[in-house]
Design a protein around this ligand. Structure first.
Ligand SMILES: Nc1ncnc2c1ncn2[C@@H]1O[C@H](COP(=O)(O)OP(=O)(O)O)[C@@H](O)[C@H]1O
Ligand SMILES: [Mg+2]
Length: 319
């Protein structure tokens, strides 16, 4: 499998470039073409960390999109989602909705940026939450907590925010907050339960929501992917927390820590150089995650990703 990941290094998809599909919104990871009430979302192989695009990873777009499809299918009874069609493993056609400018972050454990804030004495006050003192790194919360952030334009960092502020700033209505909070916690519970059965811990994640013309809420974007979530290997996790050891991760935190350790990079200054070896290694992490969660190895074919997508879009008459 390692060979396949390395062989794909020259063929990664940086940008989709299909102007005929409609109006382009290029996000950090996806190229989104809107027309009428649908969006064709092409998940590129771009890797972003600290809100910056740093490199591309072989098969990453395809793997993330497969995860989103898998999870949306699994949770379709928990909440309605935006998927209409999956013409290619890297592509979704979705219902175009009015996105609400908030990232609903759900956390089951004290780790990552929240742990960094907690250590710096900031706790979770920005989210309107009082955390108990004396918690350890990676310690589980009694109940998952919601730590929302505003969703900013490309190039700006997202900001922590409390539910009260979201409502007073007019980003969302109180009732919407309540429904989004309930759905987010339900989706997270469903995700954690399934991950557990597969030997993984869904540590934290973020959801996005959109509204249709009638005001109905839909789950949009991606769910429970390695870009939007943190996953740990369950076995031995509690012992590792007790001993203060690092968790075994199957997500992007591995890369964030590599950037901090090897490049002293935390999102500021010139873009760091990422060696091919690290790119292939990261692809392996993404692959391991999709394999473990879904219980099967995706059939990955080395070759030009853009050409494959183009063919699939033509076959389904989107192009
Ligand atoms: N169904 C939808 N309707 C409208 N916008 C959506 C929908 N699903 C996702 N989006 C938006 O499309 C974009 C997806 O691209 P992404 O690469 O994640 O961008 P970003 O860098 O803004 O997060 C996001 O801005 C997301 O909010
Ligand atoms: Mg996004």
């Amino acid at each position: 499998m390692d060979e396949i990941l390395k062989a794909q290094l020259p063929y990664t998809l940086r940008e989709a470039d299909f102007p005929a599909l409609g109006e382009l919104y290029r996000g950090k990871v996806r190229d989104n073409y809107s027309r009428g009430d649908r969006i064709v979302m092409i998940t590129s192989d771009r890797l972003s960390a600290f809100d910056r695009v740093l490199t591309t990873i072989p098969f990453k777009g395809e793997i993330l999109n497969r995860l989103t499809v898998f999870w949306f299918d699994k949770t379709k009874d928990v909440a309605p989602n935006h998927i209409l069609d999956v013409p290619d493993p890297s592509v979704l056609v979705v219902r175009r909705l009015q996105p609400l400018a908030v990232e609903m972050v759900v956390r089951g454990y004290l780790t990552g940026s929240l742990w960094r804030d907690y250590q710096a004495g900031k706790g979770a006050k920005a989210y309107g939450i009082d955390l108990p003192e004396g918690m350890r790194k990676d310690q589980r919360f009694e109940k998952p907590i919601l730590t929302p952030s505003t969703k900013e334009q490309v190039g700006k960092h997202d900001e922590p925010v409390s539910p009260g502020e979201l409502v007073s700033r007019g980003v969302i209505k109180r009732k919407q907050w309540e429904e989004m909070a309930r759905i987010s916690l339900d989706l997270f519970a469903a995700g954690q339960a399934w991950a557990r059965e597969r030997g993984l811990i869904l540590v934290d994640t973020k959801y996005e929501f959109g509204v249709d013309g009638a005001g109905k809420l839909w789950v949009i974007d991606e769910i429970h992917t390695a870009d939007s979530s943190r996953y740990w290997i369950a076995q031995g996790s509690e012992e590792r927390t007790r001993r203060g050891e690092d968790q075994k991760m199957l997500d992007k935190e591995f890369f964030r820590q590599w950037l901090i350790r090897e490049r002293n990079y935390k999102g500021e200054g010139p873009l760091p150089e990422i060696p091919d070896e690290v790119r292939a290694q990261l692809a392996g992490k993404y692959l391991e995650l999709v394999q473990t969660l879904t219980g099967e190895a995706p059939r990955l074919v080395v070759g030009d990703t853009r050409a494959r997508i183009q063919k699939a879009l033509k076959a389904r008459k989107y192009l």
